[in-house]
Ligand binder design. Structure first.
Ligand SMILES: [Zn+2]
Ligand SMILES: [Zn+2]
Length: 209
């Protein structure tokens, strides 16, 4: 059965949340909870009479997690993320938003189910130590947060980022088929095929752009 993917940019950095709906059951996964996203997510969910079953956090940067508590409370759904970024959600620090303890820790090779669909967890660190990408093989869709963008990767000049991990993650992306659509954390989506050229150059040279 088909999945519907709804892109919801929100907050000062126009961070993308995604609502992914299984057409057969109307169950939905939500990816990321940017600032000021909860009302927008609610609007899309209501318009489609969908039932969210989980909130998956791609990584712990504030612009992807600020409405986590609001989304979880609205739908009473589990919050899932990688262990290496959980501290940003549990201890927001100077950012003024409610702390959340994740309900489920996701690691490489785990699967998240949406009705009959299976999303496979890939650990794709570099931009953030605990960044994950979720792959739905049937529709060839990858939800990568800030892992990959058109013509580039997520910033590595910020605390917690790693150039060597980004290089390893880029090499990992080459193992996906060209047809895979990558839904990004900001702006437009892309495909592995569109990005393969520069990724191959970066990986073979061992140096980032
Ligand atoms: Zn980020
Ligand atoms: Zn971001």
């Amino acid at each position: 059965m088909q999945l519907e993917v709804i892109q919801i940019p929100a907050g000062p950095l126009e961070t993308n949340a995604f609502v992914v709906i299984d057409a057969a059951t109307s169950q939905a996964l939500i990816f990321d909870a940017p600032p000021e996203s909860v009302a927008l997510i609610e609007g899309e969910v209501m318009a489609r009479k969908a039932s969210p079953v989980a909130l998956i956090i791609t990584h712990g940067h504030w612009d992807h997690i600020q409405d986590t508590s609001a989304v979880r409370d609205r739908y009473e759904i589990p919050v899932m993320m990688h262990d290496l970024d959980r501290e940003r959600l549990e201890s927001p620090g100077e950012r003024d938003f409610p702390a959340v303890t994740p309900d489920r820790i996701l690691t490489e090779g785990d699967t998240v189910e949406l009705a009959e669909h299976r999303f496979e967890v890939f650990h794709t660190p570099g931009h953030s130590p605990g960044q994950i990408s979720l792959y739905h093989a049937e529709s060839q869709s990858l939800f990568g947060g800030d892992t990959l963008f058109p013509n580039g990767y997520g910033r590595v000049d910020i605390p917690g980022a790693s150039e060597s991990e980004t290089l390893a993650t880029m090499a990992k992306l080459l193992e996906f088929p060209d047809e895979v659509t990558v839904y990004t954390g900001h702006g437009a989506s892309t495909t592995i095929g569109q990005e393969r050229g520069w990724i191959e150059r970066v990986v073979s040279s061992g140096k980032l752009l």
